[in-house]
Design a protein around this ligand. Structure first.
Ligand code: TRP
Length: 331
């Protein structure tokens, strides 16, 4: 059976972008079709300035939201990265396979490091080695597919290179995975800046809809979305990115295609209103389930404990094998 691995980084609250672009598909498709693991990658949240209590809180919230979004522990494995030592164990071995140059070529590292230096801050060494840890996440499980957005494809390419290199040098150990980008139209953009992705790092942006935003907050954010000075409501990703984003969100929420919504609306206002309501409806069951789960924290803890056990069992033999292959004395 195909094995899928993906991760959510607890550096911010999960957004509508995370949901429509990734998590919903994991719940509706991937967990049924494949042997899937979904991981709250908390070690990755330590690569930039962080507040320990906040990371802990966001990790618990992310795990709860994954379950609230429909990930079913009977069908897939949901767990927290730091609960499974194999990630860190394998990451070190892969640091002995990756090169310094390779790590420094990563676009995300270059951008984040530059931003940090501009602010006069220091760059953690773990920011540089981050993609190697990500490679360990994937390779430890022998994942075939990694559903991630385009901002992560370079990291998956590195993962492939490391797997191939390790296998060539030390013997066949790892599956060479591939990135499976989400379908077009599933890339939700920032409502205030429709040329950049609706990320979760920029924490209070008015252009970002969070999964736990109250209906009125959602309405306000959507109604204030940046559009353009045109009048007709047509779908044109290049020329009318703000409008296209709204049409895509609406289509993603109602199950249609944005092209089919072209010309349907008389005004931006009407489109925004329908989009806001569609988003509110999509978020409603997730929020209700989240509330239920929050009332029973021991259930979520139990799911994570079991998930970690399952994950450990899957990862350990392969990581042990890699230890032997690379020349470490079996313990
Ligand atoms: N780097 C990913 C992100 O920023 C998160 C991540 C960490 C991940 N490890 C992973 C994604 C392994 C897929 C597979 O979104």
């Amino acid at each position: 059976m195909t094995r899928v691995f993906s991760g959510v980084k607890p550096t911010g609250h999960l957004t509508l972008g995370n949901y429509l672009g990734a998590v919903r598909r994991w719940a509706e498709v991937d967990q049924h079709r494949t042997d899937a693991l979904f991981c709250v990658v908390d070690l990755h949240a330590l690569t930039v300035d962080h507040d320990p209590a906040r990371v802990r809180r966001l990790s618990r919230q992310a795990a709860t939201l994954l379950l609230a979004s429909g990930l079913d522990p009977e069908l897939c494995t949901v767990f927290v990265q730091s609960h499974v030592d194999e990630h860190a164990r394998l990451s070190y071995l892969l640091e002995c396979v990756a090169t310094d140059g390779e790590a420094r070529r990563m676009i995300q590292y270059k951008e984040k490091a530059a931003r940090e230096r501009e602010r006069g801050g220091s760059v953690r060494l773990s920011l540089l080695t981050y993609p190697v840890l990500m490679a360990a996440d994937i390779l430890a499980y022998g994942a075939d597919e990694v559903p991630v957005g385009d901002d992560q494809t370079q990291h998956v390419e590195l993962t492939r290179d490391l797997a191939v290199r390790f296998n060539q040098r030390y013997g066949q150990t790892f599956v060479v995975p591939r990135a499976t980008p989400p379908k077009v139209g599933a890339r939700v953009m920032n409502l205030q800046d429709p040329t950049s992705k609706m990320g979760k790092t920029d924490d209070v942006g008015p252009g970002i809809v969070y999964l736990l935003d109250e209906p009125d907050v959602v309405r306000k954010k959507v109604m204030r979305a940046v559009t353009d000075s045109g009048r007709d409501v047509v779908y044109d990703r290049e020329e009318r990115p703000g409008l296209a984003n709204l049409l895509e969100i609406l289509a993603a929420c109602t199950g249609g295609a944005p092209e089919d919504l072209s010309g349907v609306y008389e005004s931006y206002g009407a489109l925004k209103k329908d989009t806001a309501e569609a988003v509110v409806e999509v978020l409603r069951p997730v929020q209700e389930k989240h509330k239920e789960l929050c009332a029973d924290p021991s259930y979520v803890e139990g799911v994570l404990r079991l998930g970690a056990e399952k994950a450990r069992e899957m990862a350990r033999p392969r990581v042990d094998e890699a230890y032997r292959a690379i020349g470490l004395l079996a313990g």
